[in-house]
Design a protein around this ligand. Sequence first.
Ligand code: NAD
Length: 482
Amino acid sequence: IPVDPFDLVIFGGTGDLARRKILPGLFHRFCAGQMPPSARIIGAARTDLDHDGYRGIVAEAIEEFGGNLGGKAQKLKDFLDTVFYVTIDAQGEDGWPELQEFCKQKDRIEAFYFSVSPSLFGDLAERLHHWGMAGPETRIVVEKPFGRDLATAKHLNATLAAHFSEDQIYRIDHYLGKETVQNLMAVRFGNMLFEPLWNSQYVDHIQITVAETVGVGGRGEYYDKAGAMRDMVQNHLMQLLCLIAMEPPARFAPDAVRDEKLKVIRALDPVLPHHITRGQYEAEQGAEKQHPSYREAVGDPRSKTESFIALKCHISNWRWAGTPFYMRTGKRMSARSSEISVVFKETPHSIFGADAGRHRNVLSIRLQPNEGITLGVTIKEPGPGGMRLIDVPLDMTFAEALGDDSEHVDAYERLIMDVIRGNQTLFMRGDEVEAAWAWTDPIIEGWESRGEVPKPYPSGTDGTTDSHELMRRDGRKWREVS
Ligand code: NAD
C-alpha cells in the first residue's frame, strides 16, 4: 500500500549510513510501489554538490548496497528523479534558505532524518525551528547513539523537546524494525499457546546473544569511547529484553507497547558485579587472516573498553521473579548471529524411563542470519527402535511456504515507512531511553571506580572464559553461536 506523498530530508545524506541503508532502502520501497512518485528525497550535507552530483552518489550507493538491480535500470532512473540535494551547514546559516524553499510545499508529510553525529542534533532542531520548518506535523528521525549516559540523554531529550513534541520524534533502533521482532509479538500475543507458559513457573531462563565476527574496523575512535555496553546493551539488547519480557499491551499501539516496555526496564534489578564479565579480543593470526587485537585496532595499548560483555540480570515482577535473563554481545566472535532463546523448564518426570532423559522446549527467535522462529519439541525417533525421544525444530516462520517476500524488507526501510505513516510503535520513547541509561550508568561507573580491565579472549571464540563460568555456576550453558 503506497504511503502518502512526503518529503524526506536526509541530513548527512552523503554519509555512510545514508549510502548503505537509507537510500537503498528507499529505492526498494520505490520499486515495491510503496513510495509515491511525487515523494521527494532531499539530501542535505556539508559536501558541495549539485542535484546531479548527488544523484551520482545515490546511484553508486544503490549499485553497491542495493542488492540485485537486474532489470531495474528504468526504476533507478525514475527513482533518481525524486532525489535532490542542498549543501548545508548544520552549525551555520549556509544552505538553510534553499532548504526552506524546498519545504514550502505544504501538501505533504515532512520528515527530517538526522543521519549525522549526535553533537549536531541540537543545531539541526534549532535551525529547523528558526527557519520555520518545524511545523506541528513535522517528524524528525534520530539515530543512535542517543546520549552516552543518563545526563547526556536527558540533555538531548530536552534539546529536542524544546522544538518538537514527543510524538514528532522517532528514535531509531533498527533491531525493532526486523521482521522477526514483530513476528515475536505476533507469536506471543496472537496465540493462546504461549502466554500461559510465559513466566517463571515454566521458563527456566532466557538468553539473548548478539554475536559479530567483525572487529571495530574503522569505528575504533568512536567505539573505544563507547564499548559494548553503550553501543549494544543499553539499546539493542535492552529493546529485545523488553519485547520478550513485557506484559501484553492492551493494543498494538505506540504508547500501549512503549508503556509496557518501560515497565520492564524499571523492574530490572541492579546487576551485581560478579554477574558481569567483560572482554577484549586478541589478535588473530592465521595463514590467510591477520586481524589486529582490540587494543591495536583502537590504537590504545591500555584501553579498558570492552568489545565483549556477558551478564545475568533479573526482572523483579510477578511474572519473572526468579527467572534469570542472560545477555551477551561481542565482536570477533565465532559467527555472526543474533538470537533470543526462551528455555523452558524440563518436564517434571519422564514416563519413558531414565534413559529417555528429561527434555526441555526451547523457543528460538533468530534475528540474523536466517531470520525465523523455531520451537524445539520432543518427539519419538521414527522407526522400530522403541520409544526413543529426539528433539526436532518446529519452524514457525513459514516465510517460504507463504511465498512471503517480507524477508527482503530491510529493517531501515520498514522503519522509514513507519515514520511516514506516523506509527511510532517500533521507535524508542524518550523515557525508555533514559530508564535504560539509569540502569546502565551504575554498572559502568562501578567498572570505572574499581579500575576494572576487561579480560582478553581469542578472536573467533565466544568470549571470555568467565562468560561460560557465569552459566556453569548456575548449571546452565550458552547456546551454540552459529
Ligand atoms: P558519516 O561520518 O559517514 O557521515 C556524516 C554526514 O554528516 C556526512 O554526510 C557529512 O557531510 C554530514 N555532516 C557532518 N558535519 C556536518 C555539518 N556541520 N553540517 C551538515 N552536514 C554535516 O556518519 P554515518 O556513519 O553516516 O553516521 C551518521 C549517524 O548515524 C551518526 O549519528 C551515527 O552514530 C549513526 N549511525 C551510523 C551507523 C552506520 O552504520 N554508519 C549505524 C548506526 C548509527
